[in-house]
Structures are given as structure tokens and as C-alpha cells.
Unconditional design. Structure first.
Length: 542
């Protein structure tokens, strides 16, 4: 196209609206597959030449434009919107109201003729109903929504939300719940077809394990509640009645199926279910066994992992990924500095002294704790073990930076995370009926209660969602936290004299200690049983 033709077209269209520099006027053309493929947002049409063909000119400020198809094979009002994506549209005026629904993305159709047929179907629907066919489809979709789809949509929302996206542990729980829904054959069921009766009956079957059972129903209830809210907003915007407005899982709340907090507290108190490690009985034997177990079967990292979890009262997801602060870059790429990575600092930091920092914990907040003398001694042992590990694996190994490196060099994360089997071995070692990782955190809380630690300090140490703690303390406040942490640490470790004496500062007096605990030797691995040798058949006698 000549420059003169372009100038003429520009002059012919100079009277367009003031925003024509950013949105080109709507124009017409005969759609072909090759023609549509060449269309781009940054090269809009600016007019026609003498032959009636469109003239295009580069314009990076263009936000988008619409072209209308003049082919006789197209229904009236069929066009394409060209923006960041290319989309087929259909414009019709029904009962004085202008409608322009989306027919579909350009990439979703093999040919333009296929898109024309879809547009023709939509046109017939618009004439018959006087409504946007896409709005009708959304209504039907809400009414036909299955529980599996609701769970999937809700999981995507939790994962992608900007504020407190779901953590890996939460996603694992949801995955287990979805597996259960599949077993019950509920995932493929429409929400409106799930009856309150079958929900109650299935809930009552799981009362043997009440906590897990309640979890299996709370998640789908939340997913359906979210789907109802989303459909309610869509219905309001389209000025119609919502097609999904009832949550069948609400029957469990209506009939008080879930246990109340008072009931839970009473059960935990009665069964000692939430605190099996008691300072006066089992806490000491557990620590002695863990200290002994570290020298067997390469269990040092796991034993230190559990002991520090007890001394800090933290969740296992909080300290598992801690790295050594000296291996972090203070400036540089996002996510590798001290402010955005869980880490341990053994140096005497000018603001905090030795401390451990947990980045974005379960409640979405970062959390800092002082490291007191005996935890510091244990971490220095860990540092030495990490150095030996680095020599063995190489200083460029993925696990090098972690305080608790993974046992396997093939670990995806690079750090230790699952102490379930080790904890089970220790439970059997001290003949304890029940023990899980979170019990260590509860035991930390029990020691605080015994010491009459102020409630505000307890909330700060446990990093509860309702805590008033922030990451900014006055020097006096931080020193108070350090003092209380030191008292808690001593009261925990004094129950295990051999551990106390091994970790205490050199100028502290030793305490009387029994003979060190000796763990049972690990059972030999049985291995895979040998296959029986094939016996050759004797030849038959003639």
C-alpha cells in the first residue's frame, strides 16, 4: 500500500472519536482463515483504499478493534474482536436491547465457517429467548455443578489468591478429602442431587475417627459455600435468580453434628490426647531416647529436628526448610534474602542476638524466636554435621544450605521434613501409646503453663493467629522473650539430665544423671524373599 493511500485513509477517518488513537473504529471485511490469522492488535485498520480493501497501519497504542464479516455465509452481526486475544462475537438488538455475546476464541475453531455455524445457533437462541446465550449457559452450569468441580474450583481459588495462598500441607489435606469423595462416588454428583439424608448417614459412619471425619465434610461444605457465593454475585449482576443457593452440608451444622470447642477440650483433657509427653513422666525419657537414637542408623538429623521442634514449640512445616543465614544473600534476587527465607542465625546479631526466623507461617505471618544457650549448642553440632555432609556430597549440593539436610541426595526439596517413622520408633522405645509431631508443640505449651508464662508471651511463642506479636519489638520486649525462652528450655531439658549436661554452657554446673539410655538395635532388614528354584521334571520311564 502506497504512502499516499495511507494518508488518504487517515484523512478520511480524522473525524472519528477523540480516543481513536487508542481504539480503532469498527470496519468490515470478508472473513477468510488466512485473513484472520494475519490480524494483530498493534496493526489496526485505518480505512479503505479505492478498491474497498482495508488499510492497516502499525499503532502500538491501539487497545483493540472489531471487524465485521460481510460474507453472505455469516449471520448478521458476526464479527471478530481483536485485542490481546482474537475472539468471535455476535451483535444483535433484541427488543430494543443491544446484546453482544462472545461466540468463542479464534483458536477454538478449526475454520471461520465453523465459527459462523456456532454464531448462527447463538442468533436463533437470542431471538427465541431475548437473552444472552452465554448468560443462560452460566445459569445452567451453576445448576449442573458437581461436587468434584466445586472442590476443584475452590482449590484453584485457595492456591491462586494473593492473600494467604494455600500451603502445601493444606493442599495435601484437600487431596485426601477429594479421594474420599471419589470413594463415596460423590465427586461426579451434582450438588443439587446430594441429599441431606445421605450426608448425615455418611457422617455417622465415620464417628470412630471424629477429627478426620469432620475434616472430610468441612472442606466440601466450604467449597459449596464458595460456589454459592460466586453464583449469587453472577446472578445479581445479570438480574436473575441464582440457580445454586442451597448448601446440603449445612444439615451437619443444623443438627449439631460437629463437636463444639468445649466438648473437644473436655475430651482432650480426659484422654490426655493432646499432651502425651508430660514434664513429670514421659518428656525426659523421650529426650534421653532421642539423644541416644541420633547415633544409630544415620538418625542424627531427624533427632535434632525433633528436639529443636520441642524446644521452639514450632510446627514441623516452620523449621524444616530453615537455612543457614550466612549462606543467604542480603541483597539480590527476590526470595533469597533474610526477609523472605526461613533461616537460623547463630551469630550475635546486633538487633536480635542469635535467632531463628520462620517466613510466612501457617497464619500468613513471619515469626522470629530467640535462640537460647542449649538450643545454640545443639545448632552448632548441627552446623558441624552439615559441614561434614557438604564434604561428602559436595558444596554445590542442593541440601548444603539447609539446617536439616535431606537424607537422600535425590530429595526434591533438599531438606528433611518427615520424622513420622523416627517418632514412631521413639514412641515404642519409651513404651508410649500415642505420640505425634504436634504433641511436641503441645508439650512446649504445657511447660509454659507450668512456669506461669504470661498469656501474651505464650501467644507470641506459639505464633497463634490472634497473637499481638509483630516482627518489631523494643529491646526490652525482645529481652523478655529471650529470658522466658531460656527458662522454658531449661525446664524441658532438665527432665533429661544426660541431654542437659551435653548441651549446657561450660560454666554451668552439671546435674546428677542416670546412665545414658541405650536404644534397641535396629531390626535387620529382611530384604526380598528369594524365589524358589525351579525343579526340573524327571523324564518318564518308558
Amino acid at each position: 500500500m502506497s504512502d499516499e493511500a495511507i494518508q488518504a485513509a487517515e484523512a478520511a477517518n480524522a473525524s472519528e472519536s477523540a480516543d481513536s488513537a487508542t481504539r480503532a473504529p469498527s470496519m468490515k471485511a470478508v472473513f477468510t482463515d488466512g485473513f484472520l490469522k494475519k490480524l494483530t492488535r498493534t496493526k489496526p485498520p485505518i480505512g479503505y483504499d479505492r478498491k474497498g480493501e482495508l488499510i492497516f497501519k502499525e499503532d502500538t497504542s491501539c487497545k483493540g478493534y472489531i471487524l465485521w464479516d460481510t460474507s453472505q455465509a455469516s449471520p448478521p452481526g458476526f464479527g471478530m474482536r481483536v485485542g490481546s486475544k482474537k475472539t468471535f462475537v455476535l451483535r444483535r438488538k433484541i427488543d430494543g436491547k443491544s446484546l453482544m455475546p462472545t461466540v468463542g476464541n479464534f483458536a477454538d475453531f478449526k475454520t471461520v465457517d465453523e465459527a459462523r455455524l456456532a454464531a448462527a445457533d447463538m442468533a436463533r437462541s437470542m431471538v427465541a429467548t431475548g437473552r444472552n446465550p452465554n448468560a443462560i449457559r452460566r445459569e445452567e452450569s451453576a445448576a449442573e455443578l458437581t461436587l468434584g468441580q466445586a472442590m476443584s474450583d475452590y482449590t484453584k481459588f485457595l492456591t491462586g489468591r494473593a492473600n494467604k495462598p494455600a500451603r502445601p500441607e493444606t493442599l495435601k489435606v484437600i487431596k485426601r478429602v477429594v479421594k474420599k469423595l471419589d470413594e463415596w462416588k460423590w465427586s461426579g454428583k451434582k450438588i443439587r442431587d446430594i441429599t441431606t439424608k445421605e450426608i448425615e448417614e455418611q457422617f455417622d459412619k465415620g464417628k470412630i475417627f471424629p477429627t478426620a471425619n469432620e475434616q472430610q465434610f468441612r472442606w466440601p461444605a466450604a467449597a459449596v459455600k464458595w460456589a454459592i457465593a460466586k453464583e449469587g454475585l453472577a446472578a445479581s449482576a445479570e438480574r436473575r435468580e441464582p440457580r445454586l443457593d442451597t448448601n446440603p452440608f449445612d444439615i451437619l451444622i443444623l443438627h449439631s453434628k460437629y463437636r463444639e470447642k468445649a466438648t473437644l477440650d473436655a475430651m482432650r483433657e480426659e484422654k490426655s490426647k493432646r499432651n502425651p509427653l508430660r514434664p513429670t513422666s514421659s518428656l525426659g525419657p523421650f529426650l534421653e531416647a532421642a539423644w541416644s537414637k541420633q547415633f544409630l542408623n544415620d538418625n542424627m538429623t531427624g533427632c535434632h529436628f525433633l528436639i529443636l521442634m520441642l524446644l521452639w514449640g514450632c510446627r514441623k512445616s516452620e523449621h524444616a526448610a530453615c537455612v543457614w543465614s550466612e549462606l543467604l544473600k542480603e541483597h539480590g534476587d527476590p526470595g533469597i534474602g533474610r526477609k523472605t527465607t526461613s533461616h537460623v542465625c547463630l551469630a550475635d546479631d546486633e538487633d536480635w542476638g542469635p535467632y531463628v526466623f520462620f517466613y510466612k507461617t501457617k497464619n500468613g505471618r513471619s515469626h522470629r524466636l530467640p535462640i537460647t544457650p542449649m538450643a545454640l549448642a545443639l545448632l552448632k553440632i548441627r552446623q558441624g554435621a552439615a559441614a561434614q555432609e557438604a564434604i561428602k556430597r559436595g558444596f554445590n549440593a542442593k541440601s548444603r544450605q539447609f539446617v536439616f539436610p535431606a537424607r537422600s541426595i535425590f530429595s526434591k526439596s533438599g531438606h528433611y521434613s518427615d520424622a513420622t517413622d523416627l517418632l514412631d520408633d521413639l514412641r515404642q522405645e519409651i513404651k508410649l501409646e500415642k505420640l505425634n509431631r504436634h504433641d511436641l508443640r503441645r508439650s512446649f505449651g504445657a511447660v509454659m503453663t507450668k512456669l506461669l508464662v504470661p498469656p501474651v508471651v505464650q501467644r507470641q511463642f506459639l505464633n497463634h493467629a490472634d497473637a499481638n506479636a509483630t516482627d518489631t519489638y523494643t529491646k526490652a520486649e525482645w529481652e523478655e522473650l529471650r529470658t522466658w525462652m531460656a527458662k522454658i528450655e531449661q525446664n524441658i531439658l532438665v527432665t533429661a539430665p544426660n541431654v542437659y549436661n551435653a548441651l549446657k554452657p561450660a560454666d554451668w554446673p552439671a546435674i546428677a544423671a542416670p546412665k545414658p539410655h541405650v536404644c534397641r538395635p535396629p531390626l535387620p532388614r529382611t530384604g526380598r524373599p528369594k524365589k524358589p528354584k525351579a525343579v526340573k521334571a524327571e523324564p518318564e520311564e518308558a
